[in-house]
Design a protein around this ligand. Structure first.
Ligand code: HEM
Length: 186
């Protein structure tokens, strides 16, 4: 083979290996930096828990918990949905907030896990059982598609109360909407 063509072949080989190695490095970098919705909500950065100044909480979890708690209050005041939460509301009216605390924790854990958090687990009922009155006596009746739409509308009000940016509200709404067929049972 002539010297010039050997040189050309050598150059092509070097360039190909350079391109291939930089591609795989880019892929590695993309895997490492791929942000979850949980990251966008604040992620694992530790901040002071405003409900207890001596404890720290992941910023993503705090954001989700704040939206969850606001949404429970919005639903409690919404005549279209509050009938489903009859057991919870009777407890709270009687001064017993244990059911509220359990629902807040379970909903927060559920949404943390669903948005990509790594440091929490959801231990409550699966979404079909949680919304089937035969399996969850705290669910007063089966919900319809219209009830589900109203739930999302109340969730948006709850998110806006916490000044969540609209692109994140849309992402949370889209995520919640993927559960429609499990929650809607009539
Ligand atoms: C995708 C939307 C929804 C999600 C992610 C969701 C999530 C949950 C979770 C995690 C629980 C707690 C289950 C447990 O502790 O084992 C729960 C309970 C409940 N959900 Fe939902 N839910 C959704 C939609 C709805 C809708 C549309 C309604 C009513 C129309 C509803 C009514 C209830 C009720 C009444 C309970 C029991 C509350 C209590 O413990 O007192 N949910 N839900």
């Amino acid at each position: 083979m002539k010297k010039a063509s050997m040189l050309t072949l050598g150059l092509i080989a070097i360039m190909t290996s350079f391109i291939l190695s930089s591609c795989s490095k880019n892929e590695d970098a993309m895997t490492v930096v791929k942000a979850t919705l949980y990251d966008s909500l604040g992620g694992t950065t530790m901040v002071t828990d405003p409900t207890n100044n001596s404890t720290k909480i992941e910023q993503g979890r705090l954001g989700i918990r704040s939206v969850v708690d606001s949404t429970i209050f919005v639903i409690a005041a919404d005549p279209k949905l509050n009938g489903f939460f009859k057991v919870l509301l009777a407890e709270v009216t009687a001064g017993n907030t244990s059911g509220f605390a359990a629902l807040s924790k379970d909903l927060t854990d559920f949404l943390c896990v669903a948005t990509g958090a790594k440091n929490f687990t959801y231990t409550g009922l699966d979404m079909v059982a949680a919304h089937d009155p035969a399996k969850n006596s705290r669910m007063n009746g089966k919900s319809s598609g219209a009830d589900f739409d109203q739930f999302i509308a109340d969730l948006v009000v709850g998110a806006n109360k916490n000044k969540l940016p609209s692109n994140l509200i849309n992402s949370v709404g889209a995520l919640v909407n993927t559960l429609r067929s499990q929650v809607v049972q009539r």
